[in-house]
Design a protein around this ligand. Structure first.
Ligand SMILES: Cc1cc2nc3c(=O)[nH]c(=O)nc-3n(C[C@H](O)[C@H](O)[C@H](O)COP(=O)(O)OP(=O)(O)OC[C@H]3O[C@@H](n4cnc5c(N)ncnc54)[C@H](O)[C@@H]3O)c2cc1C
Length: 312
């Protein structure tokens, strides 16, 4: 038999758990499905230095454990498992967890995040968190005064390269083609920055180091020549994939498959379905902004549910 609940939260990152804290304190008895990555993306990083409230910084996994405990303290039902099907065409919404458990939910908060795209080479995984990063805003600080490389030729890569150039002594941009995809204005910023060197027509063969990264081997795709560039940090900026496959055909998405929410709101195009965190934010993608929008989603859910109950 289907389980009936008021508020389902899909995802257990900062957005999902913040939504859960607020929803539980509003007595919505939220159920959180953790998904394949309990605690979300922060659990694959070590030190979080920019989340307010931790003057000494905090380990990502520990921080997410804290958020989970805080959500549970107010009665959030946190479950291992994946949401595998959603049907927003009927009310209450019909949701299937793990391919078998049917849930009927009055409101749904989607906080499924966006995963960074990686190059897929072995050494990238080996040094992930030990010199390899997919977030310059998060990790650039650790490479102050050092030399770094960044892969990617779009707007984000160009923006992250200029951000890193202010912290690092030198930034090498590794570009597969002989042009950048970034907007003309962003390209100009890159070209005008003296400590950014662009390596045109190059691809990454291998990231090298001992305990942490100390170099990258690149190959010139035109000549086949390889060379080593000495670096301490390697940034991957080749895009993100929002985890929205589940919602295709039901919720409005932009051209990169991020969920579209109303301005200053977490409302999607379906009343009663809200989206928070990286799944609807291709601009900031930070833990604190994800948490902030999780709070907004829970408040909007509470208002939605109280309006619904008043009309019944
Ligand atoms: C290596 C790295 C380092 C970072 N460092 C920092 C930092 O120092 N400071 C900072 O502010 N930000 C940092 N970030 C960015 C930060 O992690 C994200 O902005 C933040 O985690 C987004 O939170 P979220 O809740 O939107 O999504 P996520 O944290 O991505 O969580 C998504 C959740 O959804 C779940 N999920 C997905 N699909 C389903 C499904 N079908 N059913 C159930 N659950 C599902 C996943 O299991 C996961 O729990 C870093 C990111 C990375 C990758």
């Amino acid at each position: 038999m289907a389980e009936k609940i008021q508020c389902l939260i899909i995802g257990s990152g900062p957005a999902g758990y913040t939504a859960a804290i607020y929803a539980a304190r509003a007595d919505l008895k939220p159920v959180v499905y953790e998904g394949l990555q309990p605690g979300g993306q922060l659990t694959i990083t070590t030190e979080i230095d920019n989340f307010p409230g931790y003057p000494e910084g905090i380990n990502g996994t520990e921080m997410m454990e804290d958020l989970k405990k805080q959500a549970q303290r107010f009665g959030t039902d946190v479950r291992m498992g994946m949401i595998t099907t959603v049907d927003f065409s009927q009310r209450p919404f019909k949701i299937i967890a793990d391919g078998k458990h049917e849930i009927l939910a009055d409101a749904v908060i989607i906080a499924t995040g966006a995963s960074a795209r990686w190059l897929g080479i072995e050494s990238e995984a080996k040094f992930n968190g030990a010199g390899v990063s997919a977030c310059a805003t998060c990790d650039g600080f650790f490479y102050r005064g050092k030399e770094v490389a960044i892969v990617g030729g779009g707007d984000t890569a160009a923006e992250e390269a200029t951000y890193l150039s202010k912290l690092c002594s030198k930034v090498t941009m590794i570009i597969r083609r002989d042009e950048l995809r970034a907007s003309k204005a962003m390209q100009q910023k890159v070209f005008d920055t003296p400590n950014i060197e662009v390596l045109w027509n190059h691809v990454t063969k291998e990231i090298v180091g001992d305990q942490t990264v100390n170099g990258v081997i690149v190959e010139n795709v035109k000549t086949g020549e390889t060379k080593r560039v000495n670096i301490s940090g390697f940034f991957v900026a080749i895009g993100h994939k929002p985890n929205t496959d589940l919602f295709k055909g039901q919720l409005d998405m932009d051209e990169n498959n991020y969920l579209i929410t109303a301005p200053n709101s977490t409302k999607t195009n379906i009343e009663g379905v809200f989206a928070a965190g990286d799944v609807q934010d291709h601009i900031f993608r930070q833990a604190i902004t994800a948490a902030g929008s999780g709070c907004m989603a829970a408040i909007e859910t509470e208002r939605f549910l109280s309006n619904v109950s008043q009309t019944h």
